[in-house]
Design a protein around this ligand. Structure first.
Ligand code: FE2
Length: 412
């Protein structure tokens, strides 16, 4: 197959791409590739192509359960956890697989080809983990799923929490999770992170902790994780998700924190769509935004990716798995509206997220798997601003989703 006149990212130079056996065989300046008579040619006329979007933080086990058994009326993270604990009692493997599969179909339509999903393992039966492990295999040609053993109700604060985490890793989870700010005490929080780091080492696994997702300026677990990351020398394999308390830290403390954070190479995943909704709920006015310091982290050279987090569940009652909604909100809340900031913002859901997931076969380059999306726009600014469709989504050279651009006729 030949893709003609494509623009990779925001590059203005058009290229022709030859795809063979599911790989990018060659990428050459437009017009320099001959069309073999029998070849399948797709002429993009200067449309933008990108590697598939990456969802670096979502909870597929809980997706599509908003309102079950009741709606989260306070809108807090904690009512969300309590509501999910009730819904969790009625989980079945089929229930989880059907809901997660449906969300993955929406993600595929929206150009998402890689997904890191946290899966709640504070369940003695590990029903959701069992379901997601099976779904990962079932859909392996459609989506690359990375599964985090996520202790939603704590490692030290939930009965047999450590044993459940270990069991989840034995069963095949890819990433060790944690939730230190939800543990009963600060000491439990620190111990849970130390345990998670050891477990990740034992299983040669990645680590991704929900860390300081609270508006408490005293919630300072990211310093513990960054220090462990720095000391291990494997910070690029570790991630702190949310870190919303960083938005409440005083300047002097933040300055001290950034010292170890930048040395550690720890990744940060921010979830602006969900956290602008969940945080600030205990504030009177003025109300905090409850987002981590995205702009400052990026400026300091820390790798930051964006995740959707929740899709129609007890924490967030909206969402269609569209990562461009996440970027759109993130740019607003992080106040990153300079032209270059907008133009480059696709990196939060592509290259930066690839670093979080530690992907080795990602990107439009000769020799890589031919996984890519075509946007109905000449550049990212237009695609984002005008909500242009993902026209084609290819995974390993195979078309898995196709959308016709909508058409409007103005009668004036
Ligand atoms: Fe989360």
């Amino acid at each position: 197959m030949i893709i003609k006149n494509a623009q990779i990212g925001n590059d203005t130079e058009k290229v022709d791409i030859v795809i063979q056996d599911g790989k990018f065989k060659s990428i050459k300046p437009a017009g320099t590739v001959e069309d073999p008579a029998d070849s399948n040619v797709l002429n993009l006329d200067g449309k933008m192509i990108l590697p598939p979007f990456i969802e670096s933080h979502v909870h597929l086990d809980a997706t599509r359960t908003a309102g079950e058994p009741h709606w989260n009326m306070s809108g807090t993270l904690f009512e969300g956890i309590a509501t999910w604990a009730e819904r969790k009692e009625s989980l079945t493997k089929k229930d989880v697989m059907d809901r997660a599969r449906e969300t993955i179909r929406h993600q595929a339509k929206n150009g998402v080809g890689f997904v890191r999903t946290h899966v709640d393992v504070t369940d003695p039966k590990l029903t959701a983990l069992d379901a997601l492990l099976e779904l990962k295999e079932e859909l392996k040609d459609i989506v690359t799923l990375q599964i985090v053993a996520f202790p939603q109700e704590g490692i030290l604060s939930f009965p047999h929490g450590k044993e459940l985490m270990e069991k989840a890793m034995e069963l095949g989870a890819d990433v060790v999770g944690a939730i230190p700010h939800f543990e009963f005490t600060r000491e439990y929080g620190v111990e849970s992170l130390n345990y998670a780091v050891e477990l990740a080492e034992k299983y040669d696994a990645l680590l991704d902790a929900h860390c300081d997702e609270i508006d408490d300026e005293q919630s300072r677990f990211v310093e513990t994780l960054a220090t462990r990351a720095y000391e291990s020398g494997h910070g690029e394999r570790m991630t702190a998700s949310h870190t919303t308390a960083m938005g409440s830290y005083n300047g002097a403390y933040a300055s001290r924190l950034f010292n170890v954070l930048t040395k550690s190479h720890l990744n940060i995943v921010s979830n602006p769509l969900v956290n602008i909704h969940l945080q600030g709920r205990f504030d009177d006015y003025p109300k905090r935004r409850g987002l981590t310091r995205v702009k400052e982290l990026v400026a300091a050279g820390v790798n930051v990716a964006f995740g959707h987090d929740d899709i129609f569940d007890p924490w967030y009652p909206l969402g269609d798995g569209n990562m461009r909604d996440v970027v759109h909100m993130g740019l607003h809340v992080a106040q990153m509206m300079g032209y270059p900031e907008i133009q480059e913002s696709y990196r939060f859901i592509t290259d930066n997220a690839a670093q979080v997931l530690q992907l080795t076969d990602y990107g439009i380059a000769e020799g890589n798997s031919a996984s890519f999306i075509v946007l109905d726009a000449p550049d990212w600014y237009t695609a984002l601003n005008e909500k242009r469709e993902v026209l084609y989504h290819f995974e390993q050279g195979r078309l898995i989703a196709e959308t016709k651009p909508h058409e409007t006729t103005l009668h004036f």
